[in-house]
Design a protein around this ligand. Structure first.
Ligand SMILES: [Zn+2]
Ligand SMILES: [Zn+2]
Length: 328
């Protein structure tokens, strides 16, 4: 299980923190103004996943710097092409003569395409960006029992969609033997797809027999996709990434009636995010990140996407009126 909690209120930017169970770290998604974010949240972070650096997704990065620049625990920041320069430039906004070279380093993972990213490690006091390691992988980060996948979306600029996953779990069902340390070895052999014999209850038993008592269950999966153009190419990428995931947080910045304006700014609409979640067979949908112009009708903004997700007619509380008139 991975618990999730939005740290931004409805009238603020966007920021969420994920708390995987039986795991020593937490994970932040986007970095906008978020008055529910605590220092304790920031201190436990292993990584900050930034979709893109429009100001409503990155303005609060100063709080991360404030509470983590002197800490001994390294922090990874990921984002699209340009994120390394964005982080570096933020750090240059402060004076660092009081911090030792041995203090915390920030690691930046800059995503180039759907299977390539660059890793920079930067240290005080100069935080220089040099000699990145080039990694070819669809897995952006692995830490203990979790891993993260990603896709690059079109938002006129790149905007990254992330999926935070727990490893699949192996449980034992109807076992006729006593438990013991050999169970860990059995699971390891099972994952490595090797066969052999193990000593169980003072006798040798074939692993093939023991494997018949193992049941694999999928780990929990959390999706995060903010600003993106709500059309087929992005939907294809997203439905592949988010296929049957447990919970999806996705933008609902505009309503369908303002679709032309939304598309002009390479955004989606609440209805289209609901559609995407339906075709991806997402289990639970969270429509977030709304334009402030809709604050008085936020129920209807969410209802629009939720109805599309559930394949029913929307039940609006007010008349639907366009809030944006495109001048072109
Ligand atoms: Zn944006
Ligand atoms: Zn945004």
């Amino acid at each position: 299980m991975i618990k999730t909690s939005l740290k931004s209120k409805m009238n603020e930017d966007i920021c969420m923190v994920a708390y995987p169970e039986n795991h020593g770290f937490t994970y932040m998604f986007d970095c906008g103004v978020a008055s529910l974010l605590t220092i304790s949240d920031i201190l436990k972070l292993r990584a900050v996943f930034v979709t893109h650096t429009h100001i409503d997704h990155f303005i609060n990065f100063d709080s991360i710097i404030r509470h983590r620049a002197g800490s001994r625990n390294p922090l990874t920041i990921t984002g699209p092409v340009g994120i390394a320069k964005n982080v570096y430039s933020k750090l240059l906004g402060f004076t660092w003569n009081l911090i030792g070279k041995s203090a915390n380093c920030f690691e930046i993972r800059e995503i180039i395409d759907d299977e390539t990213f660059h890793i920079y490690k930067i240290y005080p006091p100069l935080w220089k960006l040099k000699n990145p390691i080039v990694v070819k992988s669809k897995t952006l980060l692995e830490q203990d029992n979790i891993f993260v996948n990603y896709k690059v979306l079109d938002h006129k600029i790149p905007s990254i969609a992330y999926k935070l996953c727990e490893n699949d779990k192996i449980n034992i069902s109807g076992f006729p033997y006593k438990g013991g340390p050999w169970i860990a070895k059995l699971k390891e052999m099972y994952l490595d797809k090797v066969s052999g014999q193990l000593e169980v209850d003072n006798k040798m038993v074939s692993t093939d027999e023991l494997y018949s008592y193992l049941v694999t269950s999928s780990g929990f999966q959390v999706g995060w996709a903010m600003d993106h153009l709500g059309t087929e190419p992005n939907h294809k990428l997203l439905s592949e990434l988010f296929n049957e995931i447990d919970i999806l947080y996705i933008e609902a910045f505009f309503r369908e009636i303002d679709k032309d304006y939304a598309f002009k700014h390479h955004h989606s609409t609440s209805k289209r995010s609901g559609y995407l979640a339906r075709i991806a067979k997402v289990k639970k949908l969270k429509l977030v990140h709304h334009s402030r112009r809709y604050l008085s009708e936020i129920f209807d903004v969410i209802e629009e996407g939720r109805a599309e997700f559930e394949g029913r007619e929307p039940n609006f509380s007010k008349e639907t009126i366009a809030k944006y008139i495109s001048k072109e």
